[in-house]
Design a protein around this ligand. Structure first.
Ligand code: HMG
Length: 384
């Protein structure tokens, strides 16, 4: 049977970054709470002319430049920070990327789980017709209430993945474990720009979904813990992945070995939470920095509050080292322009601006920008 999975993957983020040591100092918190307690160093923050569309298109552009558009008939855009209640953010990205009209475009939503849901759907489309390729974009801006307890777990980022038969990076295996439970741990009513969160409940329901989906994977003949070489978890903050790994290994009566986890934190520690993209940013970091992955099995756990969890597994392909994009990802992270805490606060407040007519200042150095709103219509443009 043909293998299907992730052929190529690219990461994009925002123009700005806030150092959490500065946020800690400004709010009278010990920096160690953010650095060690949450496992976070920095968080990406969008300029006024950036959003999920510009980040998503920026992540996808290098994939299309390299592989062309032949065979792509679907663009699946996962996000929980949608810019419109009706129109899919992917339709804006479709235009910016110059995709043919013969590409269907749709938005996926179930909190942070949307990225894994889009990936699963892409696998199904390619299984039906292995000549098709699917462009999956997961893009989010994680913004919580200013100065609330969740503020240090904000962030932003996007991942674009080309899903195809005979993938060069990761062949996803057919069995997965899923877990859905109607829980109010994190949600965002239609009239709010920041989510409501029950932090303590969200930590517990994440772990419940992990063990629930793991149990389902086992019930469907999936691999056991000893047959998985590296574990990747959704990273709302990197410490959460440590908690998840410990819970899974305790459940399986195994000593907890965290050694390989750290590699998957390298980008998320600097990006913060990127919701739908977060798990795949962790995958990018692992592939980019671990040279001993060929033929190895990865376990990937996606969690979306509300809640849905899924545990997937995949086999890293032998040529993955030639396909990875470490330099590009490191340079977008290094190029971010630091914000002072005052600038961050001002930008945070400005995001509630929903006026019918506005022009955004030209700030981003990314290939696409959000130009503002005219006649209540969002306008996007290329920067070059
Ligand atoms: P909090 O109340 O600020 O933090 O909220 P805390 O007091 O629980 O401390 C956090 C950790 O720092 C603790 O570590 C402390 O001990 C430690 P732990 O005991 O848990 O291992 N700590 C220190 N460490 C070193 N030096 C110190 C120090 N002080 C304290 N001086 C919370 C934390 C995560 C709840 C909050 O930030 C929050 O609500 N975040 C948003 C919700 C979230 O991220 N939940 C995660 C699971 S749900 C999920 O992943 C889905 C999500 O991505 C959304 C979606 O699906 O769409 C969020």
């Amino acid at each position: 049977m043909t293998s299907i999975g992730i052929h190529d993957l690219a990461v994009a983020t925002t123009h700005h970054v806030l150092d959490l040591a500065e946020l800690a100092e400004a709010t009278g918190v010990e920096p160690a709470k953010y650095h060690r307690g949450l496992g976070q160093e920095q968080m990406s923050f969008p300029a006024p002319d950036e959003d999920i569309v510009t980040m998503g298109a920026s992540a996808a552009a290098p994939l299309l430049a390299e592989h062309g558009t032949d065979g792509i008939r679907s663009l699946l855009f996962a996000t929980e920070s949608g810019v419109d209640q009706s129109k899919a953010a992917g339709v804006f990205a479709h235009h910016l990327l110059g995709l043919p009209s013969t590409v269907r475009t749709v938005e996926f939503k179930q909190a942070c789980y949307g990225g894994a849901a889009a990936l699963q759907t892409a696998l199904g489309i390619v299984a039906r017709n292995p000549e098709e390729r699917v462009l999956v974009i997961a893009s989010d801006v994680a913004r919580y209430e200013l100065d609330g307890p969740a503020a240090p777990t904000q962030g932003a980022g996007a991942v674009a993945m080309l899903v195809s038969a005979d993938p060069a990076l990761l062949a996803i295996e057919p069995h997965s474990g899923v877990h859905t439970a109607d829980i109010d741990d994190f949600w965002r009513p239609n009239d709010t720009t920041t989510p409501l969160v029950d932090g303590a409940l969200s930590l517990q329901t994440y772990l419940d979904a992990l063990l629930g989906s793991w149990g389902d994977l086992q019930a469907h003949g999936g691999p056991g813990v000893d047959e998985i070489d590296r574990f990747l978890y959704h990273q709302p903050f990197t410490k959460m992945a440590r908690k998840a790994h410990a819970a899974l290994f305790r459940h399986e009566d195994r000593p907890v070995d965290e050694s390989a986890l750290e590699t998957s934190f390298l980008y998320n520690r600097q990006l913060g939470n990127s919701y739908t993209a977060s798990l795949f940013v962790g995958l990018a970091a692992l592939l980019d920095h671990d040279d001993d992955l060929a033929g190895r099995r990865l376990g990937l756990f996606s969690y979306g509050s509300g809640s849905v969890g899924e545990f997937l597994t995949g086999i890293v392909q032998s040529g993955y080292r030639e396909r990875r994009r470490r330099e590009a990802t490191e340079s977008v992270l290094a190029a971010r322009v630091p914000l002072t805490v005052e600038e961050y606060r001002a930008l945070h407040v400005s995001y509630t601006d929903d006026s019918d007519e506005r022009e955004t200042p030209r700030t981003t150095a990314a290939p696409f920008r959000f130009a503002g709103v005219r006649d209540r219509i969002r306008r996007y443009e290329r920067t070059a």
